[in-house]
Each structure stands twice: as structure tokens, then as C-alpha cells.
Write a protein that binds this ligand. Sequence first.
Ligand SMILES: Nc1ncnc2c1ncn2[C@@H]1O[C@H](COP(=O)(O)OP(=O)(O)O)[C@@H](O)[C@H]1O
Ligand SMILES: NC(=O)OP(=O)(O)O
Length: 320
Amino acid sequence: MSRKKVVIALGGNAIQSGEATAQAQQKALEDTARQLAAFIENGIDIIISHGNGPQVGNILLQQKAADSEKNPAMPLDTCGAMSQGMIGYWMQNAMEKALREKGIKKDVVTVVTRVLVDQQDSAFVNPTKPIGPFYSEEEAKRVMEETGVSFKEDAGRGWRRVVASPKPVGIVEHSVISSLVEAGNIVISVGGGGIPVVDNGEGFSGVEAVIDKDFASEKLAELVDADALLILTAVDNVYVNFNKPNQKKLEDVTLEELKTYIEEGQFAPGSMLPKIEAAMTFAETSASRKTIITSLEQAYSALEGKAGTAVSIKGSPVMA
Ligand SMILES: Nc1ncnc2c1ncn2[C@@H]1O[C@H](COP(=O)(O)OP(=O)(O)O)[C@@H](O)[C@H]1O
Ligand SMILES: NC(=O)OP(=O)(O)O
């Protein structure tokens, strides 16, 4: 029987649950890696992807702060590449340490991943992706006036810079990612949704954007022919009537049911809705594929069907 292959998309809390220091983020990733080790112990091939919203925003600010003729600020696509390298490096150390604790030897590799986008994507004229630190409304409006960059209120948590977030249409490195997984390696890829590039006819060139990591992870899961896509975030389940007295946990949910819930406005546009859309896109590619949305702590149980919200064409998916 062939080994199961799972793409695991890590949410913000898996990397930065507190401070933004390198030390704190590496500590968070060590905790994350211990949870993911359960998949390796149980013979499952994993491809890890992750967000980069806070990190790429901070890198951009650091660039701008030091900008000079001799030390020019790097553009957003290059900052995205830096964030992939940085988080990938931390994750490689963390994953190898977690496996060593269990006496498992496996190579962990990060692939700097370019993700194709469409230059005509309407996202380029309507920036929506929040990155970097939070500001008060007053500060955000002052910076907007001084610099011309866009800020928006982010889900009641404060104001953040927003950048274009086009949809992923292809993943340049998907074949090499598949080969690395087939060869038995743990692969970290499409970090931060991938580096957004367009094909200009002569080659690829980067564009100023940050791709949503859940959409990019979905595209990757399709292209590497994964059995499941796990979207890990800060909640164990998706809910209807979220945070209300009549909140209801979703366990096995069909695409039809989710369409109704979307029409009812059950999922917040800046947070849960993109996860639901990514989950549905992957699940509808095949009756044997499922997407699971859950927390890091429940990730392996969820793959066994014992926790989380599982999305599939017909509900009650069977896999692990
Ligand atoms: N219907 C819902 N069910 C569960 N969580 C929801 C729902 N609507 C909004 N959320 C919020 O969405 C959050 C996940 O989005 P976000 O924090 O943007 O993701 P990420 O973990 O990728 O950084 C959850 O932690 C929860 O607070
Ligand atoms: N690129 C991306 O989607 O990052 P976050 O998940 O951190 O917002």
C-alpha cells in the first residue's frame, strides 16, 4: 500500500504565539514540530507550509528603516523570499530536534518556492492581505498620509498594512517538491503562500504581493496529489454561529452544507472564509480527498477522524 501524503498548512499561532523575537518564534516552532512528529512516527509523508504575514511585514519595515543608497530596501517579493528562508531554517532545526527526541532520522529541507499569479488579477487594485504589526487607527491614518501605503482594520484586532493578495495559479517547483517527498524527505514549501511571480515571456519576475498561504497550500496539495490537506489554526473546529451562545461545532461537513453556511455569512472574510474556500476547492477535486481544519494539538487525531472539521464531497470521509 502506498504511503499517505498530507500537506499541512501552519497558521500564525504555530510560529508567533507571543513575542516577535527570533528566540520566541523558534521556541513556538519547536512546540509545533513536536506535534508534527506524530505524523512521521505513523509513517505519513508530510509537506509543511506556513504563513508569513507578521514576519514579511516586519522584514519590510526593517528594510525601509535602513534604506540608503548603500543599503537599499528590498522589494516585497524579495522580503517574501527572506521570510521563507528564515522560517524554513527555523522549522528545519525544530523538526530535526523533535525527530531526534524520538530517535527518528530524516532529512528536512526547505524549498524556496515561486508561485505563479496572474498580473491581471483584480487583487492588484484592491489590496486586502494584512501584514506586519498592528497599529492604532490614529497611527495607521498618519502613516497612510505620510507614505501612501494602504492600511485596514483587521478583524477587530487593530489596523495593519494591507497588500495585494492574488490567487495562486501554479507552483513552479511542484515537481521537485514531489520528488523530494518520494525520496523520503520532509519538505517545507510554499512558505508565506510562495513568492508571487509572473511569467513575462523571458522568465519569471517577482511582483509586489503576498499570497494567502491556505490558497497556495491547496494548490500544492492538488499538484503533489496529496491525500489530505490539513489547515491548522487557533481553533479545534470550524463553528456556525461562532462566538455566540448557540455556536455549533462542525465535524464532518459536505460542500453543499458549507455553501449554505457561506451564504449565511457564517465565516469571517479575513480569517475563516479563505480557509473554508481552500478546503472546499481541494475536497471537490476528488471524492477520496478531504481537507481538515483544526488546531495543531488535534492535528493527528483529526487525520484519524477523531477531531477537527473534515470537509469532503459527501461528508464522513474515510482515509487514515
Ligand atoms: N466560523 C468560525 N469558526 C471558527 N473560527 C472562526 C470562525 N470565524 C472566524 N474564526 C476565527 O478565525 C481564526 C482563524 O483565522 P486566522 O487567525 O486568520 O488564521 P491563521 O491561523 O491562518 O493565522 C480562528 O482562530 C477564529 O478566531
Ligand atoms: N501569507 C499568509 O497567508 O500569511 P498569514 O497566514 O500569516 O497571514
